[in-house]
Design a protein around this ligand. Structure first.
Ligand code: ACO
Length: 359
């Protein structure tokens, strides 16, 4: 027996409990998510400001509600340069987050939560050759995001749809990006560094980078009759179906339920059910084929599939899906930073050496 098989090696850390948290609870067997003491279905109905306040209160921090913030000049300079070079929006958000400076944790928290919508909207406009629009103090964070993107005050149902989304994805146990943030704070480092690192972790296609490709697949399929052939082709080639499968959920992700309902309401209102109906049919075919190709794996719809549909319905370009996810998840990252700062311990797991014997 070699050394590797003697230790309890868990390269993906599955089943390893590395934090006690009051911020959220994920039950992957029952398909339940509790955020700040509320079921996700109820939490989704809060304003985004209130959701942020509840998350931070769960981490033991109370204060003024978060307010939208304008772009610091140095941040705008970085974004302008990134737009000229055609940098991808998640990389631009990471670069912009790295320009933020705060003297202490609470200031960093308020600054990041307040300025992320401004950064993402400004970058989208700069990439389209348009001038950034400053925030409107009378509007909340979600309404401001749409206002700064589109240049007009958004319809209330669009704001509600966006708040539903941001709240739903704001926290989710010890997911990869939240873990990243906690590891960074656990070394005694600062919140801006922690959140900047978390943005990098969220970007990957196995985490927050999935909704764009998930929507691309729906568009590639185009009509329900083609779903079987296209999805089967992907599975035959060994590709993963984006928006399906989850490390923790073995049933349909409860966030997919919330976002599915929000997307249905939005597409109903806009009088365009076609895309929604197509997505439902793609989902049903995908689940059937995943059961066939990966029996026993229990691969079900995750949050990203209906994220794609909802954000598309809100008029967002695909490139903005993951940065918009970051706006919502930043609230949770920061809550975990507070909790880690107060209660955590340096996170430093072990490894097993499988290299050559020393000479
Ligand atoms: N499509 C096809 N096969 C899949 C999928 C999928 N979406 N997901 C998992 N599998 C297969 C794997 O190929 C593997 O098969 P094998 O045992 O025959 O090799 C088996 O199911 C188990 O997969 P793992 O990678 O071990 O599962 P893990 O828990 O690590 O992965 C993950 C979870 C990364 C989310 C995975 O399901 C996936 O890649 N999904 C597609 C990407 C996606 O939707 N990501 C968003 C997740 S939600 C979020 O982070 C906000």
């Amino acid at each position: 027996m070699n050394e590797q098989s003697q230790v309890n090696l868990k390269p993906g850390l599955e089943g390893v409990v590395a934090a006690a948290t009051r911020i959220s609870h994920v039950d992957g067997e029952r398909g339940e998510l509790v955020i700040a003491g509320r079921r996700v279905e109820a939490f989704a109905g809060e304003s985004f400001e209130s959701a942020v306040g509840l998350l931070w209160a769960a981490a033991g921090v109370t204060g003024r509600p978060v307010q939208v913030a304008g772009l610091p000049r140095r941040t705008e300079r970085v974004l302008r340069d990134a737009a000229e070079r055609g940098v991808a929006p998640m990389d631009a958000l990471r670069m912009a987050a790295g320009t933020l400076v705060a003297d202490e944790d609470l200031e960093a928290a308020g600054l990041m939560a307040g300025v992320f919508p401004t950064i993402v909207a400004a970058y989208a406009r700069l990439c389209g050759g348009r001038k950034p629009i400053p925030p409107e103090r009378t509007l909340g964070l979600a309404a401001n995001f749409l206002h700064m993107l589109n240049g007009h005050e958004p319809e209330p149902e669009l704001v509600r749809g966006l708040e539903t989304y941001l709240n739903t994805v704001s926290d989710h146990g010890l997911n990869a990006s939240t873990f990243t943030a906690r590891v960074i704070v656990s070394t005694g480092s600062d919140f801006v560094s922690a959140v900047t690192g978390a943005i990098g972790a969220l970007k990957g296609p196995l985490h927050g980078g999935a909704p764009g490709p998930a929507l691309d697949t729906v568009f590639e399929i185009g009509e329900p009759s083609r779903a079987e052939a296209v999805l089967r082709g992907k599975l035959e080639r060994g590709e993963r179906l984006m928006g399906f499968g989850h490390r923790v959920y073995k049933v349909r992700d409860p966030r997919a339920d919330v976002l599915d309902r929000a997307a249905a309401a939005m597409f109903e209102q806009a009088g365009d059910r076609q895309l929604y109906d197509l997505a439902r049919s793609v989902e049903a075919t995908a689940i059937r084929l995943l059961d066939q190709y990966k029996p026993g794996r229990r691969l079900r719809t995750n949050v990203e599939f209906y994220t794609a549909l909802l954000l598309h319905g809100l008029g967002l370009e695909t490139a903005l899906f993951t940065p918009t996810f970051a706006i919502g998840r930043a609230a949770g990252w920061i809550a975990h930073c507070f909790e880690q700062r107060r209660e955590g311990r340096l996170i430093r797991p072990d490894s097993v050496y499988v290299g050559d014997a020393a000479v």
